[in-house]
Design a protein around this ligand. Structure first.
Ligand SMILES: [Zn+2]
Length: 339
């Protein structure tokens, strides 16, 4: 009996080596462990054994049956693994794996506002121009009618690289560069980063984004400026917003005006956000000073123009109701994911 069982085990091990797929394993399982299988038949024969032989033979047979079951199971797992690998190589992708969830990012609120502003002015016929962030003192100040001893330089505390080179404090130098290269008519906007040595607080940051625009042509009037900027305000903040032009002073425009929009929170009634005036200041504007035209070789008698400049952060803060400029630069996902 013992020899018989050993023979059966040997047989099954050699047959398992020839197994190619799961069907072969199933066949072997039926052949040995099925109702009419070799091991099953041997177990049935136990009855014919003597009372002394029976327990030992029974134990041996049952143990061998478990071993054979184990061998078949191991081979089955091995073949399943091989078949899966083969399938993966063939398809290059496992269609049975569950999908992975993609974590989608959102655009930064400053980029959203810049894009919207860009689209508004493009639709009004303005072209986009670019210029360097590391700028010559000449383009940043001198050509804009701000000589060395001019008090306006104090308001724009600058990052100087050397005596003549600095990080631009506004995007206005791009306008000078464009006017130097091109003759009117000009309708341009420029968008970009600017730098000032301001300590960061809720309304100031050492780096910020400006949008500046310029139109030069024959017969441009202050009425054109008011028309374009009113359309801009209505598109970016909504048609129900009122626009106010308030006399101001800038070295490179004459006359100059601050542009105010009726308070988005109190709708002009007065609240803390607008200092109880009902108005919020959003940008500076004016007609280009003849002194600037002379610097770039335009004839102030022949051409007139208007220009305007605003901070993207200020527009975004008002549009989205954000009360601290530092939120834009802290990269806090809890803030950024809201846009
Ligand atoms: Zn208000």
């Amino acid at each position: 009996m013992e020899n018989k069982i050993k023979g059966v085990k040997k047989e099954i091990v050699s047959k398992l080596n020839l197994v190619k797929d799961l069907k072969d394993i199933e066949k072997l399982r039926v052949e040995y462990l099925g109702r009419k299988g070799i091991v099953t038949l041997l177990l049935r024969k136990l009855g014919s054994f003597s009372a002394e032989e029976r327990p030992k033979a029974g134990q041996l047979l049952n143990q061998s049956k478990r071993e054979i079951e184990e061998l078949l199971k191991i081979k089955e797992i091995e073949i399943e693994k091989l078949e899966k690998e083969k399938r993966l190589q063939g398809e290059g992708i496992d269609l049975t794996l569950p999908g992975r969830k993609l974590d989608r990012g959102t655009a930064h609120p400053i980029n959203l506002v810049l894009k919207e502003i860009e689209e508004i002015f493009l639709s009004l016929g303005f072209k986009i121009e670019e210029g360097p962030e590391v700028e010559l003192d000449y383009y940043n100040f001198e050509a804009l009618n701000i000589p060395k001893d001019h008090p306006a330089r104090d308001d724009q505390d600058s990052f100087y690289i050397n005596k003549e080179i600095l990080l631009r404090t506004h995007t206005s130098p791009v306008e000078i560069r464009v006017m130097e290269k091109q003759q009117p008519p000009i309708r341009m906007i420029t968008i970009g980063r600017c730098y000032r040595r301001d300590a960061a607080d809720s309304t100031h940051a050492p780096m910020f984004h400006q949008i500046e625009g310029l139109a030069v042509d024959k017969d441009i009037t202050f009425g054109d400026l008011k028309g374009v900027l009113t359309v801009f305000v209505h598109r970016i903040f909504g048609k129900d917003r009122k626009v106010r032009f308030r006399p101001a002073y800038f070295p490179f425009t004459e006359p100059s005006a601050e542009v105010d929009v009726s308070c988005l929170l109190c709708h002009g009634r007065g609240c803390r956000a607008c200092g109880y005036t009902g108005w919020l200041e959003i940008m500076g504007s004016g007609e280009t000073d003849p002194a600037v035209f002379k610097m770039v070789g335009y004839d102030p008698e022949k051409y007139s123009s208007f220009a305007f400049g605003m901070g993207a952060e200020r527009i975004a803060m008002l549009k989205y109701g954000i009360n601290d400029i530092r939120l834009f630069f802290e990269n806090d996902l809890r803030f950024l994911k809201q846009f």
